[in-house]
Design a binder for this molecule. Sequence first.
Ligand SMILES: Cc1ncc(COP(=O)(O)O)c(C=O)c1O
Length: 392
Amino acid sequence: MTQALDLAAIRAQTPGVKEKLHFNNAGAGLMPQVVLDAQLSYLQTEALNGGYETAVLMASEIENSYTAIARLINAMPDEIAVVENATVAWAQVFYGFPFKAGDRVLTTESEYASNFIAFLQLKKRLGIEIDVAPSDETGQVYCGQLEAMIGPKTAMICLNHIPTNGGLVQPAEKVGEIAQAHNIPYLLDACQSVGQLHLDVDELKCDFLSATGRKYLRGPRGTGFLYARKGSMDLLEPAVLDLHSAKWTSSTAYKMRDDARRFENWENNLAAKVGLGVAADYAFGLGTGATEERLVNLANDLRKKLSSIRGSEVFDLGERKGGITTFSLAGHDPFTMMAKLREQSINTSVSDRESTLLDATRRNLEPMLRASVHYYNSEEEVDRFVEAIEAL
Ligand SMILES: Cc1ncc(COP(=O)(O)O)c(C=O)c1O
């Protein structure tokens, strides 16, 4: 059962919607007022009391970010590390894993540039191999093929839950079942899906999940988090350790922390960390089932309306689709479209080829205009957006 959303209240709590028609949530979502207030209040306290002293004064607000994130994804607070962004969260696991020459990483055709660059770097550095499972006719990963590609050297499965360049939602739960059945560590990039979909790490069966704060979670920029399952944490040592994540115990030894904070490092933006916790509370409070349902319906409506415009082509793949839509308009350059829309206070972005090169090459994609809706967007905004595209 999903609870009903009060759209008017949600929009009143989102100052940005009065200024802009914001369809760039896959870039960065608009923060709710409470997230902004939490950060301003923290910064004010810091300015008046000093940074270290404020960390003591506001320790419970800082701790809240762990409990709030854990509750949002059905994890335990000690399985959460708060870091700078999704890339750092992902890299702490990937580069920390004890790969050996000949080990294989299994991934998909929707993989994100930064992750694939990391595969290539370890291929060059250590001699790992990269296996890319094909997509099925709907555009999602072909799970049967993915499973058939698992061999004795498969050391990790890396899945991108929702790619940056469209509506596709990968079958992350099914991939989790396969990973578990074969006892292979499973690293899920949930950068675009956290805050967009209802996520439960037990249903996803992932060992590690990386996410960002600024996108669908509507948190501050420069925040991200890692979920590391308790039983899986010791499969690796984080790529970077410091005096926060480990203790220097003798001239020849150190001891890592027992919890997921071993993936963090000492210095970070505590105002943003507090804001991230408030964003996670806010998302949980609205109900992730209800917000997912609303944004999926809005995006489906948008896709339908865009498809009926002469000369338009919508590129979203998948049996299941989320809030991101990418499309083109014949004879129109997407960068120029984005600029023209911005002049009308409409925010979008452009998905280029390089951010998802395997997919772009396979489908022969050129840069596409990306409109990514959130639950706080309104039906009227969808119509206004479609009219603006038609007017182009
Ligand atoms: C699918 C996906 N994974 C990872 C990232 C990297 O996230 P961050 O910029 O927070 O490091 C992005 C960013 O757009 C993304 O879309």
